[in-house]
Write a protein that binds this ligand. Structure first.
Ligand SMILES: *Cc1c(COP(=O)(O)O)cnc(C)c1O
Length: 383
């Protein structure tokens, strides 16, 4: 039996979902263009390195020997919360398991935050574009209004005046949550002192979410500020520096009161047993796994210096493992970026065209070299 959705009147669905554009997942969408055999996936900001085989063997062993597939996973995440808090405290914080909630990726935590604050017409969220698109997408799926402000075009600092005004004038559906990324995606800038001061001075009846997905690359965190700000949540993920994107695990750090609510609204068995073990094993081996970060940062600096020598590109500094760039002197930036993205894809490099620019993830040295050559050639022949 085939079901033709064209013929079904889907009028039991919420009408606002018609307008919603889904997140385009990795790899690079499905526009039907042929792709070269070598694919350098520099579009989703993961680590370019898979887990080493010693660690995969440990995981395979625990899958065989310790996981009971017929049993539900640990729904309390007690041990893992303990290990995560020890890791977080290495950056000078003083938190414990009661300050942590673990999600099926930080995406799940973002959704839990929205459920706990805004759903049912109670509040709206504020974001500064360009930024991580999931805040807006998840808010829309829950019928939560999204208020957007812009950023300074030279350093991508949030337009704080507009943000302040948006908060002060949002009376019908008050702003309940502000989402910021530290450093921001796709523009790679860490929060400035100005922005941090603004966040510190926001009223306590607004929840501030500081997404530190790239903490291991930026080595800058606001975690020590949490005791002074019970209305702040810091989000982190295992999807980037910890090389566990396939396993879906992220965590929130906040006051015990906020954590209790996030725990209330999450699904009881949100983290598969294998995911919990993978996170535990990676935390135990963190020194080894994170030891490639200086190399990735070196590669980034080298990429930035090479890209700076391409006169047709405009590039920005980066506090993360990716670089944001645009094309100079073009009449139609969006069209040129679309073209550049498509040409790179044809030659075998995937990048993300988003937020008015291209976001290029730092890959392995080989991937970076190939990508630079492809870029140079495309810029020379097409632009
Ligand atoms: C990649 C990324 C995440 C990670 O999301 P997961 O659901 O944990 O994979 C979160 N926030 C930002 C800003 C990101 O770029």
């Amino acid at each position: 039996m085939t079901i033709d959705s064209q013929q079904i009147m889907l009028n039991f669905l919420r009408s606002d979902l018609n307008q919603l554009r889904a997140y385009t997942p990795h790899p690079g969408g499905s526009d039907g263009e042929p792709v070269s055999a070598i694919i350098d996936r520099l579009d989703t900001n993961e680590s370019p390195y898979d887990l080493p085989s010693e660690i995969k063997q440990k995981l395979a062993f625990s899958f065989e020997e310790t996981i009971e597939s017929n049993r539900y996973p640990d729904g309390g995440h007690t041990t893992l919360k303990q290990s995560i808090s020890e890791y977080v405290n290495e950056a000078g914080a003083n938190i414990n398991a009661a300050n942590i909630s673990i999600g099926n990726g930080s995406d799940e935590l973002i959704r839990s935050i929205l459920i706990a604050t805004c759903v049912g017409g109670e509040g709206s969220v504020l974001v500064a574009n360009p930024t991580f698109s999931m805040y807006g997408i998840l808010a829309q799926t829950l019928g939560v209004p999204v208020i957007t402000v812009g950023r300074n075009e030279s350093n991508f600092e949030i337009d704080l005046q507009a943000a302040q005004q948006a908060i002060e004038t949002s009376q019908n559906v008050p702003v309940r949550v502000v989402f910021v990324v530290h450093p921001n995606s796709p523009t790679a800038n860490a929060l400035s002192q100005n922005e941090i001061n603004w966040l510190k001075n926001l009223p306590q009846n607004i929840l501030i979410v500081i997404d530190e997905a790239y903490f291991e690359f930026s080595q800058t965190t606001l975690v020590k500020e949490l005791p002074q700000h019970p209305n702040w949540i810091i989000l982190r993920t295992f999807s980037k520096a910890f090389r566990l994107a396939a396993h879906r695990i992220g965590y929130a750090i906040s006051s015990p009161e906020i954590i209790t609510v996030l725990e209330k609204v999450r699904l009881p068995y949100n983290l598969p047993s294998f995911t919990q073990i993978a996170a535990q094993v990676c935390l135990s081996n963190r020194q080894f796994l994170l030891s490639v970060i200086p190399e990735i940062i070196n590669q980034k600096n080298q990429l930035i210096s090479e890209l700076s020598q391409m006169p047709k590109l405009q590039i920005w500094p980066s506090n993360a493992n990716f670089i944001y760039l645009r094309i100079k002197n073009t009449e139609n930036q969006e069209e040129s970026l679309t073209k550049l993205t498509a040409e790179l894809k044809k030659q075998g490099t995937l990048v993300r065209h988003t937020g008015g620019g291209i976001r290029l993830t730092v890959g392995t040295p080989e991937e970076n070299t190939r990508t630079l050559q492809r870029l140079q050639q495309i810029l020379d022949t097409i632009f």
